[in-house]
Design a binder for this molecule. Sequence first.
Ligand SMILES: C[C@H](O)[C@H](O)[C@H]1CNC2=NC(N)=NC(=O)C2=N1
Length: 98
Amino acid sequence: MPARLSEDERREALAHLAGWALVEGREAIQRRFVFKDFNEAFGFMARVALAAERMNHHPEWSNVYKTVDITLATHDAGGLTELDVKLAHKIDQLAGRP
Ligand SMILES: C[C@H](O)[C@H](O)[C@H]1CNC2=NC(N)=NC(=O)C2=N1
């Protein structure tokens, strides 16, 4: 498991992740994705699930109809690592919203 990012590294990573924000009171990042309908939302989740499994790095997420809320953190490290940054970029790409 990679090491936690320093504050500078976190700031630098966030600067390249439009749409993602630090979670209040916790070392994690979050983003909301709103799709056209449930089918689009769930198709996206299926693609993210496959990518996450390949990386062995998994999101915390919830889905209500066409909205998917995602939080990323590296539980084993107790904070943010490069794995979260990598998965966030992959998720943006899969959502078609880089
Ligand atoms: C045993 C297994 O490799 C670990 O539990 C992995 C699985 N997926 C994971 N996903 C996330 N987000 N954080 C982790 O620390 C993590 N650890």
